[in-house]
Write a protein that binds this ligand. Sequence first.
Ligand SMILES: Nc1ncnc2c1ncn2[C@@H]1O[C@H](COP(=O)(O)OP(=O)(O)OP(=O)(O)O)[C@@H](O)[C@H]1O
Ligand SMILES: [Mg+2]
Length: 290
Amino acid sequence: DYIWFEIKGKTFTDHDGETKALLISRDISQRKKLQEKLLSINEKLEEKVQERTSELKETQERLIRQEKLAALGKLSGSVSHDLRNPLNVINSSIFFLKMKLADASEKIKKHLGIIENEVHAAKRIIEDLLDSARIEKPAFTKINANDIIKESLQAIEIPPGIKLKKTLCPSPCIAMADKVQMRRVLVNLIINAIDAMGESGTLEVHCRLVDAKRVVESNKKTIAIDISDTGHGIGDEVLPHIFEPLYTTKKKGLGLGLPIVQEIVERHGGEIKVFTNQQGTKFTVLIPSK
Ligand SMILES: Nc1ncnc2c1ncn2[C@@H]1O[C@H](COP(=O)(O)OP(=O)(O)OP(=O)(O)O)[C@@H](O)[C@H]1O
Ligand SMILES: [Mg+2]
């Protein structure tokens, strides 16, 4: 270690008229050390502030997302409720007319049939609307992630030009989770992947057990499910918004898929990660194993 000195000096003329110099040196090692300490404390403090700020931002974004989802759920709930009544009235009137007009012309019967079908279609739309914005409290049961993957893939029609690569977990992948909600997570991610590829590409679903950082029960493994595609990727201007409710870049999208996926995964004590570039995108769902 060096010893640090501060040297001050001045020149003066003594009684004999000679010019002399006076130098005073002082050991400032202690001060230097303190300064360095202060600097490193400052740096650490800055890091902490940045950490906290980003935590706060995440919390804020989560709150906004939850609030928007809740508002959407409420709105769709009340719209559905209000629409269901008139539709039921139309339905009973059709029933009545069909009885009264049992021997009416084919044309009249055809039109009654059309009205009946359309009322059905409208009711389905209402159910879908209700389903799409509502997330029930998860009903936790013991599930095997491999089964959920298989069931989700069965529920989706994969275009013929898209190759599926499925790698299931070799060891049991058991979690406490809501089966229906976890399927919803995977189905949404797989549909997004297919949408990004269009006619052709490779869809990869990969399930594995990993050692991920876990606050509680750190000795337990985490189930990681990767859904990767070879689609167009997510641009820098789109990426910050993908988890916002109602954000979509698709003509027929609602922009509800990913916010719901994130909400469900978080309710399962898990998290979701995105990796993307121009060659494609990978979403990783992490949930605690049992
Ligand atoms: N695998 C992916 N590749 C490229 N872009 C994606 C991918 N997944 C999501 N995105 C982008 O994120 C946006 C939001 O996705 P999200 O699933 O929330 O809504 P959506 O698919 O547009 O509509 P919805 O899911 O409600 O039908 C998409 O519009 C798309 O721009
Ligand atoms: Mg989607």
